[in-house]
Structure formats: C-alpha cells, structure tokens
Ligand binder design. Structure first.
Ligand SMILES: NC(=O)c1ccc[n+]([C@@H]2O[C@H](COP(=O)([O-])OP(=O)(O)OC[C@H]3O[C@@H](n4cnc5c(N)ncnc54)[C@H](OP(=O)(O)O)[C@@H]3O)[C@@H](O)[C@H]2O)c1
Length: 316
C-alpha cells in the first residue's frame, strides 16, 4: 500500500511492486499482520512537520507501516540468527518501513525478534512501537504508590502504559476523549479524565506524566507535577516538542524534570514485551483487523479519533 503524496487516506493505493530480494545480511519476511500507529497517520498526512523526513513536498519512499509480524521467507548468505520459517515480529521504522505489504526486507540487526508460539501474529504486531514507548516511558521509572498520569491513555501506547504503571503499583489516571473513558478504565486506570471537559493540568499533582499528545503549555503541565515529579512528552506538534526541550529544561527545577522521551527500538525490549504477554502481565487491545486493501479505512478510523487501542492489518 503506497502513497505518492501527503494527504487524506484516499491517497493510499494498492500497487504491485517488485518482491524485495534480501542482500547478504538481510531477512525477507512474509508479513502476516502489521499494526497501525499514529505515526503512520502522521507520515500519511505529512504533519507534524517532522513526519516529512521522507521528503518535504512528497514522500520519497511511498510505503507505509512500521510494526510487523510474519514468517521469515528467505535469508541472506551471512545471516546467522534467522532461518526460513521462523516466526518473528518487530519494528521496521528505521529500516525502510513498508510493513503494509506482502513482504518486507530488513537487515538482520534490525529490531526483529522471534515471536513466541503463544502470541498470535495479530497480537505480536501491536507490540513494537506502542509497547516500546510504554516500556521505556514507564518501566523502571515508577514505584508503588506513585501517582501516574497518561495523557492519550486510550490509544496504542497509552493502553500499554496504563497497564505497566498499574503493574508497578501506581495510582493511574488516564486522559482521553469522551467515548474512550470506559476503555481506559478497562485497561486498568483508577481515574479517568475526559480531555474535552477537564484540563488535566488542573488535577494532580502527579509523580510521573507520560504525554502522548502534548497539547498544554509547559507552565501548565509543571503545575501538575509533584515535587520530584517527572514529565516526559512522546508525541505532539513540532512547537510542543521544541517547547518541552527548551522551556521544559528551564522549568526542570526543584527536583522536577521535564523533557522529551525518544523511543529506542531494540531487540531486548521486544523480547521483554513478548515475555510480558506470554506471562499474562500485559494484555494487547486490538479493536479491529482489516485486510490489506483496508489500510485507508484503518488509517481513517485512527485519524478520526475513533480507534480504541490498536488496529491491525491482516495480510495473509
Ligand atoms: N518519541 C518517539 O520516539 C516516538 C516514536 C513513535 C511515535 N511517537 C508518537 O507517539 C504518540 C502516540 O502514539 P499512539 O500510536 O499511541 O497514538 P494513538 O493510538 O493515536 O493514541 C493517542 C490518543 O490520544 C488521544 N488524544 C488526542 N488528543 C488528545 C488530547 N488533547 N488530550 C488527551 N488525549 C488526546 C487520542 O484520542 P482522539 O484521537 O480520539 O482524540 C488517542 O486515543 C504519537 O504522537 C506518535 O507520533 C513518538
């Protein structure tokens, strides 16, 4: 599924392209499932501005999709850790993207790992980006009794983050749209805030705020932080991210810290996420699956703010 211009989901079309041929260090994966992330929507519409890294006026690489689960079809001559038939999942964002396709080619060193037999392809495909954001934003940063707020708790990363914060023993507040309140409760939030009615920065204070959308000023957010509290922004407009970097740093006083959390895709954290699912410590939340030609519908559903948790493209 490709797009040759930035725009609404209608610009996405299905095209027959050459099947990728793996180089010596590459793995060719036959895609079974690929999940949809907000970042796919951002790359489609070309907003925020940093989503145009693939080309200012039009995307140089027309492919879409970064989170993949599938079977290894072929490996290059130098590949040691994978064999044809292996069931794998991972994040191909920094390795060409293109997960909304029948085949994807990635280097062996890419964040791709074995998929446990007990986790379905659909569930595994939901883990890479959303799971890594949640893992790196929450695990090891939260102690029992901490007051944690997740802004954007009804989305892909948010639903995982709520669960991880609860598992760490935190008191969790989830902020999202009106129709997502029950869903946010269902993944474990103790308190829910409807962002269309209540400004979460007037609630609190919180020991950790994980912000997946960043719509409020750094000054307002700082007021919601407890002494020693931490604020990490993961997504938002360029202005919001710059503001977190510059103003957030200036406001990081009195034990409080404010800044940007950059997700670091890596094999170890993917294995950890899969282990959590196998152990029953993390639940995937798939609202709907779509066939490959349904990519525009899935992107529309997410872009219009209707998705609850994750949407998945099932390819074969
Ligand atoms: N920092 C990094 O390294 C990195 C890497 C990858 C992705 N990201 C970013 O991570 C973010 C989260 O991704 P995701 O896939 O979890 O997104 P998602 O599934 O779309 O979830 C975002 C949630 O936030 C809600 N929301 C929208 N406006 C809100 C507001 N003003 N207040 C509170 N909630 C609001 C959305 O609901 P409605 O749409 O219904 O309003 C949605 O439920 C994206 O912005 C993405 O760009 C960052």
């Amino acid at each position: 599924m490709v797009h040759y211009e930035y725009g609404p989901p209608d610009v996405v079309e299905m095209r027959e392209v050459e099947k990728p041929v793996p180089g010596d260090h590459d793995v060719l994966i036959r895609v079974v499932a690929a999940s949809v992330n907000r970042s796919d929507w951002e790359v489609l519409v070309g907003k925020p501005f940093y989503a145009r890294m693939q080309g200012l006026r039009r995307p140089r690489d027309p492919g879409l999709g970064t989170d993949v689960a599938g079977r290894v079809e072929e490996v290059g001559g130098e590949v040691e850790s994978f064999r044809p038939g292996d069931e794998v999942f991972g994040d191909v964002m920094y390795h060409g993207g293109n997960a909304f396709a029948e085949y994807v080619r990635v280097p062996e060193k890419a964040p791709i790992v074995a998929k446990p037999a007990g986790v379905s392809f659909v569930d595994a495909s939901t883990l890479p980006q959303a799971g890594l954001i949640a893992l790196q934003g929450i695990v090891g940063r939260v102690e029992a009794g901490d007051r944690v707020l997740i802004n954007g708790a009804g989305g892909g990363a948010g639903a995982f983050a709520v669960q991880m914060a609860k598992a760490a023993g935190a008191e969790v507040t989830g902020v999202d749209n009106s129709h997502k309140q029950d869903f946010v409760r269902s993944v474990g939030a103790d308190h829910v805030v409807d962002y269309t009615k209540t400004d979460y920065t007037k609630t609190g204070p919180y020991d950790l705020i994980l912000d997946l959308v960043c719509e409020r000023s750094m000054f307002a957010i700082r007021r919601a932080l407890a002494p020693g509290g931490r604020y990490s922004v993961v997504g938002g407009s360029v202005t919001s991210l710059l503001s977190a970097l510059i103003i957030g740093r200036l406001l990081s006083t009195g034990g409080r810290s404010m800044g940007v959390l950059m997700m670091r895709p890596n094999k170890g954290d993917l294995v950890r996420l899969a282990d959590m699912v196998v152990a029953g410590a993390l639940r995937t939340t798939v609202e709907r699956t779509y066939p490959l030609e349904g990519v525009p519908d899935a992107l529309r559903h997410l872009g219009e703010g209707r998705a609850l948790g994750k949407l998945v493209i099932e390819i074969s």
